[in-house]
Design a binder for this molecule. Structure first.
Ligand code: G3I
Length: 423
C-alpha cells in the first residue's frame, strides 16, 4: 500500500475518539507509524491482534520473520509464502500499509545458499530467482522493500557473507537492480542497525549508498533499525544530524525496527521515564528531517520481543507492557507527535479535512475516570468538575490539552518539555 493509502486510513478514523500513534503521526506529516507483526502471535492472542489491527494506532505492518529467505525459499526452488502472507493479508484486511523485509541478508539464510559453492554467474542466477519470486508474489503490496540488510559489520567493515565473497561489493548494486526489475513501483531500501551513532558503521553505510548510486543502480531509502538502549540513545539533534547525512544523498529515511531496551530488569520508574524520553528523541528526530517518512516499532508489546533471547536479562524495550498497558514511552511518543500535529494543523487551511487534534489527547493514558474518592484537588464550589489525571498519566507538556491536575496524592511533575506525568 502506498503513501496515499496510509494517509487515507489514518484520516478516515473518527476525530471524536482519542488519537492514537498512527493518526498523530500522519497529522504530524509522517506517512505512518507502524509495527512488526509476530507471525506466531497473531492467531493466538486476541488482545495482540486487536491492538495491532487498529489503524489509528498502526498504519503499517512488517513481518518479523515471514518474508526472510529461510521462510520463503528454505530449499532451492521451493517457495513458501504462508508465513509472509500472514502479515500481508492482515494489512490488507485492516487497510494498513505493508513494509517488506528482507531479500539479501546473511542471516536467516538457508545453508544451501550460505554454504553453496558459487561463482558470479550461478549466485546471480540464485539471487534473481529469489528476488523475482518473492517480490513478484508481493508485487504492488509493499510500500518499501529492505533489499539489502546489514551489509556492514559492527566495526564498520563490509560484513563477511557469501555475497561479498563472490561479488565483493558488486552484490550491492546488483541486488538493487534485480529488485527494480522485479517490482519497479516499490521503494528500495538499505536497512541496518547502529547507524544512529554516527560512527564508522554509519560512514560505511554512506559509502554503500554512494556505491549503489555511482553504479547507476536505484536506491530509494535507508532504514535505521533503531535497536537502541535506554540511557544511551543519542539526542534528538544528533539523530537528526545522522538522518540528514542520508537524505542529503537524495534517499528517504525511516526508523524501521525501533525498540529501546533496558539493560537491567526490572526497570525502575526513573528508567521507564528515561525510556520515554529516548523514544521521544527518536520520533522527534524523524519529525525534524523532511525526508524521514515514518517510524516502525519492532513489535509493540514487551510480551513479544526478540531481545530477551538475544540479550539475557535485558528487554522491556517496547511501548506497551506485557499486559498490553501503554507505557510512559507510548505517552512520550504521542506527546511529541501531538505537538508536531498541532503545529501542522495550525499551518494548514481550515478547508482541509485534517481533523482538529486538540480533542484527542485526553486519553493518552488509558485510566479510569476520577472517582469520588479522588476529589482532593477541587477547592472551588463550581458545579463543573475539574478533570484529574490518575497516577502515571500525562498532565502537561507541549501540545497537551488534557487534564493538568492529578488525583491525590499524586503531583504533576515535569519530566521534559513534552511530557509531565502524575507521580
Ligand atoms: O522458525 C524456527 C522454528 O521452526 C523453531 O521451532 C523455533 C524454536 O526456537 O525457532 C524458529 O526460528 C526463530 C525465528 O526467529 C522465527 O521465529 C529463531 O529461533 C529466532 O532466533 C529468530 O529470531 C529472529 C531474528 O531476527 C533472527 O535473526 C527474531 O524473531 C526477529 O525479531 C529478528 O529480527 C531482526 C531483523 O530481521 C533484522 N534486524 C535485527 C532484528 C533483531 O535481531
Amino acid at each position: 500500500m502506498h503513501s496515499k493509502s496510509f494517509l487515507a486510513a489514518a484520516l478516515l478514523a473518527p476525530a471524536t475518539v482519542s488519537a492514537q500513534l498512527n493518526e498523530l503521526a500522519v497529522r504530524a506529516g509522517l506517512k505512518y507509524f507502524g509495527t512488526a507483526l509476530r507471525e506466531g502471535a497473531i492467531n493466538n492472542d486476541q488482545q495482540y491482534a486487536r491492538i495491532l489491527g487498529d489503524t489509528r494506532e498502526f498504519g503499517q505492518l512488517v513481518p518479523e520473520n515471514g518474508q526472510k529467505w529461510d521462510a520463503t525459499q528454505p530449499n532451492r526452488g521451493q517457495f513458501n509464502f504462508q508465513s509472509g502472507d500472514i502479515t500481508a493479508n492482515t494489512a490488507k484486511r485492516n487497510g494498513q500499509g505493508l513494509r517488506c523485509h528482507t531479500l539479501v541478508w546473511y542471516s536467516q539464510l538457508p545453508g544451501w545458499v550460505s554454504s553453496g559453492s558459487w561463482n558470479r554467474q550461478t549466485l546471480e542466477s540464485v539471487m534473481k530467482t529469489h528476488i523475482d519470486n518473492v517480490m513478484g508474489h508481493y508485487k504492488g503490496q509493499c510500500y518499501a522493500w529492505d533489499v539489502v540488510n546489514e551489509a556492514v559489520d559492527d566495526n564498520g567493515n563490509w560484513r563477511d557473507n557469501v555475497f561479498l565473497r563472490v561479488f565483493n561489493t558488486d552484490y550491492l548494486p546488483l541486488s538493487f537492480r534485480l529488485a527494480k526489475a522485479a517490482d519497479p513501483d516499490t521503494k528500495l531500501y538499505y536497512n541496518d542497525y547502529n547507524l544512529e551513532y554516527n560512527q564508522g558503521k554509519t560512514d560505511r553505510a554512506v559509502e554503500l549508498v554512494k556505491i549503489v548510486q555511482e553504479a547507476g543502480a536505484p536506491i530509494d531509502g535507508v532504514g535505521f533499525q533503531g535497536h537502541l538502549i535506554v540511557g544511551s540513545t543519542p539526542t534528538r539533534q544528533q539523530l537528526a544530524t545522522v538522518l540528514r547525512r542520508f537524505t542529503s544523498l537524495g534517499v528517504e529515511v525511516a526508523y524501521t525496527e525501533l525498540d529501546i531496551r533496558h539493560s537491567r530488569l526490572p526497570a525502575s520508574s526513573q528508567a521507564s521515564i528515561q525510556q520515554g524520553n529516548d523514544y521521544a528523541n527518536v520520533v522527534g528526530s524523524c519529525l525534524d528531517v523532511p525526508g524521514c517518512v515514518g517510524v516502525t516499532v519492532w513489535s509493540f508489546t514487551d510480551k513479544y520481543s526478540w531481545i530477551p533471547e538475544t540479550f539475557q536479562g535485558e528487554g522491556d524495550a517496547l511501548i506497551y507492557d506485557r499486559n498490553f498497558n501503554k507505557k510512559p514511552a507510548w505517552s512520550s511518543i504521542s506527546s511529541v507527535l501531538a505537538a508536531a500535529a498541532t503545529q501542522t494543523a495550525s499551518s494548514v487551511p481550515t478547508s482541509t479535512s485534517v481533523p482538529p487534534v486538540t480533542t484527542t489527547f485526553s486519553t493518552v493514558v488509558t485510566t479510569a475516570p476520577p472517582t469520588s474518592a479522588s476529589t482532593t484537588s477541587t477547592t472551588s464550589s463550581s458545579a463543573v468538575p475539574v478533570p484529574e489525571q490518575t497516577r502515571w498519566g500525562q498532565c502537561g507538556g507541549i501540545g497537551w490539552s488534557g487534564p493538568t491536575r492529578c488525583q491525590s496524592p499524586w503531583t504533576c511533575t515535569k519530566l521534559n518539555d513534552w511530557y509531565h506525568q502524575c507521580l
